[in-house]
Structures are given as structure tokens and as C-alpha cells.
Design a protein around this ligand. Structure first.
Ligand code: G3P
Ligand code: MG
Length: 252
């Protein structure tokens, strides 16, 4: 598994567009992902969850309120209803008519343009599954993306379930200062990457993680000086809303 990731990283700090180039285009939409590719990002991070009828859509919040002209929980809507929503207008008139994409549509549109796509599973299901893990696995297999994805989540149980359905895909455990640590749930569970918030990273963490063969992919770094110091510490990938700025900062 690590050799698969070695082929992706090739010994340098990657720059991933967080929700695409989300400073310049509406987050988690095709325009944001295509712009990240145009800016030269090595990859993207995106968030996925299930609709009521079991389709895998790319959306950050559990409700559509913040990023569309609709209201309510995505899990209560069908894909047909989701497709009616405008997911671009909130960001700017130029993006009017942009839709929430499915993961399949993203793989289809930009899968070949990136070295790495980080699929973050948004799931509140703890004891049982809502089916999201199997849906992610199917989409990865359908588009032959297995060597180009890391599946991450704050939900350790979702990661465990995902590993059971697609053990060949790399997984990354997400954690942040403001969410209760469930890291012990991953202690005895093989995973390839850790995804700490950047404020948690220091030399001690980097040494420990690399000694234990974890890749360290961090978020969300929009300050060029911070990006340079994280690279200095040996961080493997930086997720940013501004791929162009961070690529420029790391050029040399
Ligand atoms: O995957 C990194 C980052 O996206 C996690 O937080 O809330 O932006 O999905 P959030
Ligand atoms: Mg995310």
C-alpha cells in the first residue's frame, strides 16, 4: 500500500485544492475542481454524502442551505431534487446554474487530471452504516481510481467500514483540535495517512508519523508562509483553497 502512495507523492509536498480551488469558484463543484487543475494543483479534496435514494453527491454541509438556493438535509432529498438546486449563485452570478455533482461526475470530468483525489466521507453514522462506504467504493472501482485516491473521514467507524469493503484503497484519519479525539479507535487499525489540522503539526508529530509510515496530509492552509514552514517540517500534502498561491509559495 505504501508503495502505491510513494508513486503518487514522488518525494515532494503535494498541493491539493480544498473543495477544489474554492477561493475562486463555488466549493465542491466542477468549476472549482477544473480550476484547481488549471492552476496546476496535484489533486483535490472533496466531501461526499448520500442522498435519500442512495446516490453519492459532493457536498460539505449536511444541509444544502449554505451553498444552494434550496433548504433542508441532503439525506432527505432524492438526486432528482438535488439536481434542481443552483449551487453556484451563492458564490457569484458568473456561476449561476452550477449543480451539485455526483462523485461519478467528478471522476469522469477530472479524474485523469490529478495525481490524487482525497474523498472525505461525511457521515454521522456510528454503529451502523447508511451505505456511504459501499457507494464510495463502487464509484472508485467504476472509474478505476483506486491508485489515485485516499479516502478520509473524521468518523473512524466509517473508515473501518470502508476498509472492509475496499481494502486496496488508502485511507486517512482526519482530526482537529476542536473535535473530541477518537484516535484510539485507529490505534490498532491499519491506515496509510493521517490528516491533522495544520495547527497540530510540529516536528515531534512529523517524526512519529513518518517513523510509523503514515503520510501526513494537512488542511486548510491558505497562508504561503505557513505552507513553506509545513513543507520544511516534511508534510506530505497541503490542502488549500488557493492552489495557485500555495504552488507559487512552494516553487523552488
Ligand atoms: O479533509 C480536510 C478538511 O476538508 C476537513 O474539514 O470541514 O473542510 O471538510 P472540512
Ligand atoms: Mg472536507
Amino acid at each position: 500500500m505504501q508503495s502505491k502512495l510513494d508513486a503518487i507523492y514522488r518525494g515532494r509536498t503535494l498541493v491539493l485544492g480544498h473543495r477544489g480551488a474554492s477561493a475562486y469558484a463555488p466549493m465542491n463543484t466542477l468549476p472549482a475542481f477544473m480550476l484547481a487543475a488549471d492552476q496546476g494543483a496535484d489533486g483535490i479534496e472533496l466531501d461526499v454524502q448520500l442522498t435519500h435514494d442512495g446516490h453519492l453527491i459532493v457536498l460539505h454541509d449536511f444541509t444544502v442551505d449554505h451553498t444552494t438556493d434550496g433548504h433542508g438535509f441532503a439525506r432527505d432529498m432524492t438526486l432528482a431534487q438535488i439536481r434542481q438546486l443552483d449551487a453556484g449563485l451563492w458564490f457569484g452570478e458568473a456561476f449561476r446554474g452550477t449543480r451539485i455533482p455526483t462523485l461519478d461526475e467528478v471522476f469522469q470530468a477530472v479524474g485523469q487530471r490529478f495525481r490524487l483525489i482525497n474523498v472525505e466521507i461525511k457521515s454521522e453514522s456510528w454503529e451502523t452504516t447508511d451505505g456511504v462506504e459501499a457507494a464510495v467504493a463502487k464509484s472508485i472501482l467504476r472509474f478505476n481510481m483506486i491508485d489515485h485516491v485516499i479516502v478520509s473521514s473524521f468518523n473512524a467507524m466509517a473508515l473501518r467500514r470502508f476498509r472492509a469493503v475496499l481494502p486496496e484503497a488508502a485511507i486517512g484519519y482526519l482530526y482537529a483540535p476542536d473535535n473530541p479525539s477518537t484516535y484510539h479507535l485507529m490505534d490498532d487499525f491499519p491506515h496509510e495517512a493521517r490528516h491533522p489540522h495544520y495547527s497540530l503539526i510540529d516536528q515531534h508529530l512529523m517524526t512519529w508519523d513518518h517513523d510509523h509510515h503514515y503520510r501526513v496530509n494537512t488542511w486548510t492552509v491558505n497562508d504561503p508562509a505557513v505552507a513553506r514552514s509545513l513543507r520544511q517540517l516534511g508534510v506530505d500534502a497541503i490542502m488549500t483553497d488557493y492552489p495557485n498561491k500555495i504552488i507559487e509559495a512552494l516553487r523552488d
